[in-house]
Design a protein. Structure first.
Length: 149
């Protein structure tokens, strides 16, 4: 503080403290991709109960449009068996795009070992078997979003 300063030491401290606030965190979103509407909505409901926003897509093509439109997507949860583009091809598209580092969690009710291996080679986070159990899903989502449980 100098002689020309009109603020007291306490006022300076208060002003500095106000300027040190943390920047607002943007909402993190999970993109859920599955051709089964009931499953998409069930997973979205589980996440919503935990305060996690989600976007829903019934196909890989719809999911790619959402990725383009919303830069707050931090995690993709996708089914493997979808038409016309299956989950593995969808993940390949992601890995060859600007979202190459985006974490992807795969779920499937009928995938074989070969599918699981192919998915792992594409750098997925994990592989969940349907039916999806919240106690298996949530820890993975929390970890990828950096949320402490």
């Amino acid at each position: 503080m100098n002689d020309d300063d009109i603020l007291s030491g306490a006022e300076h401290e208060a002003l500095n403290a106000a300027n040190r606030h943390e920047p607002e965190k943007r909402p993190q979103k999970v993109l859920i991709v599955d051709d089964d509407r009931a499953l998409r909505e069930m997973i979205s409901g589980i996440l919503h109960l935990k305060g996690i926003q989600s976007l829903l897509a019934e196909s890989a093509d719809d999911a790619m449009k959402l990725l383009v439109a919303d830069d707050a997507i931090e995690l993709v949860i996708t089914d493997l068996r979808m038409l016309p583009t299956d989950g593995l091809d969808f993940i390949r598209k992601i890995r060859k795009s600007v979202w190459a580092d985006l974490p992807v969690l795969v779920m499937s009710g009928d995938a074989g070992i070969r599918d699981a291996i192919d998915a792992m080679h594409l750098g997925i986070v994990d592989f969940l078997l349907k039916p999806i159990e919240p106690d298996q899903l949530l820890p993975l989502v929390y970890r990828e979003l950096g949320i402490k449980a």
